[in-house]
Design a protein around this ligand. Structure first.
Ligand SMILES: Nc1ncnc2c1ncn2[C@@H]1O[C@H](COP(=O)(O)OP(=O)(O)OP(=O)(O)O)[C@@H](O)[C@H]1O
Length: 605
């Protein structure tokens, strides 16, 4: 079967941020339904958040009081230096304790809620039709469950808390300074926040430039990676100097961007030093004149300056948070979009281990026409008509791209036919339960992909509830047991990415053992295009013959030598059945495609 990844990219990945509108906000909040099961912990977290934000705001006030009492200007309750210092410690202590519980409760909520979102997303992925994945790149789909979910997690824990803290700081801060001195407050509010806002805009520009620098550096790395991977090609074409020149050009572009970013960074630092600190000096200067006039206490000025710094930081922080809220709204929307995608019909019933009702194995294709959803304008199959009686074996042959794999993919209902119908045991497959249909079809693909795990697990994938004896029996029938026992760990030998690498023939025999264990009425064998060595070939062929016994079999054949014994051969070309009959019959027609393919393969071998 032709191996197709998720390459045909549909829409470009939109990592873009969402504009915050009432509508996007309302949709974004939907994800908070995942928080509902943990609402008590969430409320506890919120309470500690309120407490920790408020205690934080007492700090500048107490520092001012401490100063006043040291200069003998204290009034009211807080006169004793030691008491005030103890008060400050108490505030810090409380703040620490409250923060601990805030983080603890919010983590409980966000970790659990996010795991729930991930679980729902993954289960959705499993139940979505194949066509969904073909319209998107793998990276795009996985980033939903990784990056986007992480962003939502941030929103639930950090962003929300930060937003609350900054807003409290801003409101309480402004209230307190107004209470200290309206004149000074108005003076400060007219200057300082403007400077902070400017700094923010400046900061954004620098961030954009550093991202551009990073992207350009990434571009230079792509050249390095590509050429190192294809070093044979580069050398074969004597393109070494060409590649060096290409690398140099992209590198100098990256340097130019980096330097312009550095220029802005330098200017930014100058601005911070002169602008922001200048602003603080202005506030202190004006405050000092007010102190000199006796309008406010010196300690009041100190608290005032501290509150000013807090307010400035929260204005800056809110700007940053706005971006984060935008990003999380975008992420939420992308997650919800996937959760709302329609699933395969009744795919949920395909639970591992449950027995499905057996079918007989009669198959009929009736005037089947088809185009892939990703390329609706290209008709891949037209007017496909054939029948296979239960237990019969047929082979599909024909040039690459003729439509052989497509024919069998339709049988498994990975896609819906455009017109006509496919009938199994007299029932249109659209009327059949999907689990029953797929549960009765076994497939040995061209390229066998083993999952990371033991050989035992990989064989038992055909029927997870199989006993040890059944697994061994299947391995024996598939001519796999001998090579399995030759490994010191036998069935427990790990395969896949971190395990040992099996040869093509060995992997195929594992796939055959899987299919034997599944014991399906219908079998699809996709021959490997690359020839195995003759000993391995023989073992695989024997195993295939064993597997085919008593099952309706469709072989997608690449090497014609292996299909002489099948009941019927269908020659597919350009999406149509152009010849049909037994090997003997077809090979007798010298004008026929089959006879010509035979001749070609004979000449090649
Ligand atoms: N998932 C897909 N999305 C879009 N087009 C596809 C897809 N799979 C196959 N095609 C197209 O459908 C046509 C038939 O492909 P198919 O894989 O069925 O051919 P094949 O006969 O099995 O070829 P091969 O022997 O090389 O595996 C080809 O033009 C191919 O480009």
């Amino acid at each position: 079967m032709a191996k197709r990844g998720f390459g045909l990219s549909g829409e470009q990945e939109k990592e873009g941020r969402k504009k915050i509108s009432k509508e996007s906000f309302r949709r974004g909040l939907k994800v908070f339904s995942y928080v509902l099961p943990y609402k008590y912990k969430f409320i506890a977290g919120l309470i500690f958040l309120v407490f920790s934000s408020l205690t934080f705001m007492a700090f500048p006030y107490l520092v001012g009081e401490l100063f006043d009492s040291s200069t003998g200007n204290a009034d009211g309750l807080l006169e004793d230096i030691n008491m005030i210092a103890i008060g400050l410690f108490a505030v810090i202590l409380l703040q620490g304790i409250f923060s601990f519980f805030r983080v603890y409760f919010f983590a409980q909520v966000s970790e659990n809620a996010v795991a729930d979102i991930r679980r729902d997303l993954y289960s959705k992925f499993m139940q979505l039709p194949v066509s969904f994945f073909e319209k998107r790149r793998v990276g795009e789909v996985t980033s939903r469950i990784t990056t986007d979910v992480a962003q939502v997690q941030d929103a639930m824990s950090i962003t929300l808390a930060e937003l609350f803290r900054q807003v409290t700081t801003l409101l309480v801060g402004i209230a307190v300074i107004m209470w200290t001195s309206i004149k000074l407050s108005l003076f400060m509010l007219a200057t300082f926040p403007v400077l902070v806002a400017l700094a923010l805009v400046f900061g954004r520009k620098i961030k954009g430039l550093s991202k551009k620098t990073q992207d350009e550096l990434a571009n230079t790395n792509i050249i390095v990676e590509e050429t190192l991977q294809a070093i044979h090609t580069v050398k074969a074409f004597t393109n070494e100097l060409f590649e060096v020149a290409r690398y140099k050009t992209t590198l100098s572009k990256a340097v130019r961007t980096a330097l312009s970013a550095a220029y802005y960074r330098g200017a930014f630092i100058t601005f911070i030093i002169i602008g922001l600190f200048g602003g603080i000096i202005l506030v202190i200067w004006y405050g000092a004149t007010l102190v000199a006039n006796g309008d406010i206490e010196p300690g009041g000025l100190i608290s005032f300056v501290l509150y000013t710094v807090f307010i400035g930081a929260s204005v800056g922080g809110l700007g940053e948070l706005y971006g984060k809220v935008q990003a999380s709204l975008g992420a939420t929307e992308r997650i919800l979009e996937i959760l709302q995608e329609p699933e395969e019909p009744s795919a949920k019933e395909t639970t591992a281990g449950t027995r499905v009702p057996k079918v007989h194995g009669d198959i009929a294709y009736r005037q089947v026409a088809f185009s892939y959803p990703t390329r609706p304008d290209l008709q891949v199959l037209r007017d496909i008509n054939f029948t296979v009686r239960a237990g019969e074996k047929i082979a599909l042959v024909g040039p690459s791209g003729a439509g052989k794999s497509t024919i069998v993919q339709l049988l498994m209902r990975f896609y819906e036919v455009a017109s006509g119908s496919i009938v199994v045991d007299g029932t249109d497959i659209r009327e059949m339960n999907l689990s029953t249909l797929r549960g009765n079809i076994g497939i040995v693909p061209q390229e066998v992909l083993l999952f990371g795990g033991s050989i035992r697990e990989n064989i038992a994938y055909g029927r997870p509830d199989a006993t040890e004896a059944e697994v061994i029996e299947a391995a024996k029938k598939a001519n796999a047991y001998n090579f399995i026992t030759s490994f010191p760990e036998g069935l427990d030998t790990l395969v896949g990415e971190r395990g040992i690498k099996l040869s093509g023939g060995q992997r195929q025999r594992i796939a055959i053992a899987r299919a034997i264990l599944k014991n399906p009425a219908i079998l699809i064998l996709d021959e490997a295009t690359s020839a195995l060595d003759s000993e391995s070939e023989q073992l695989v062929q024997q195993a295939m013959d064993e597997l085919m016994k008593g099952r309706t079999t469709i072989v997608i054949a690449h090497r014609l030598a292996t299909i002489r014994k099948v009941d019927k051969i269908l020659v597919i070309d350009g999406g149509e059945i152009v010849e049909a009959g037994s090997h003997d019959m077809l090979s007798l027609n010298p004008e026929g495609i089959y006879a010509n393919l035979l001749k070609l393969q004979f000449e090649l071998t």
